[in-house]
Write a protein that binds this ligand. Sequence first.
Ligand SMILES: [Zn+2]
Length: 252
Amino acid sequence: MRAFNRTVLAVHAHPDDTEAFCGGTLALLKNKGFRIVIATMTPGGMGSVDTNEEETGKIRMEEARRAAEVIGAEYCCLDQRDGFVYDTLQARVRVIELIRKVRAGIVFTHLPFDYHSDHRATSTIVEAGTMLSTLQNVPTDVPPVDTTPLLYHTEPFGNTDPLGRNVPDPSFFVDVTSVFEKKVGMLSQHTSQIALMKRMFGIDDFFQDMRENDEQLGVQAGTSYAEAFWQHLGAGFYNDPLIQEVLEEYRR
Ligand SMILES: [Zn+2]
């Protein structure tokens, strides 16, 4: 297997996405000695019932920072606008610069056919940014990385695509039972989302919903709680099964 830097960069659209979709796996990777960097494309400024966009973004970035701290990860925001994430030159360059600054060896992002439009846009931006991260002619002063990072996609909530259909089976599951309470500890930092989930989706218990989601994946994986991953294997990307091997004892 090629050598990849032991830094995992998770880039998702909104504060709480990373925690919900791969927080357990990041906790396991941290225990294995990886540096973990969590980035959100947006500060999540639309996610409120009683504060304006700017105030909401500030609250949610602080929640995301505290959630990252639970597993000893770093957090940053790429300053796109919640609900209006577009695949632009500026957005791609922000992602490329971050990949380069943290010298990422592994990148996690949403699935290309996630149900949420911000998630799909983020997936496209991150895929392109990962591919471009080694190329010297990218319009930025941050020097390129030596090796194209490995790219993995995380689960869309409920495992459904924009048409409500189930997405194809993942490349593998990670058994997160042993770190599940840690994952709940990360999600619990996002207290501002409890009222919003109730208003938008009639969800009474945001955390219980996440618990049931991971239990459902656990049923498929043959354990109590699981997270799902799809390795990006499109032409031009490496197919080294690094995460699968590092997390061998948790892989299902
Ligand atoms: Zn999201």
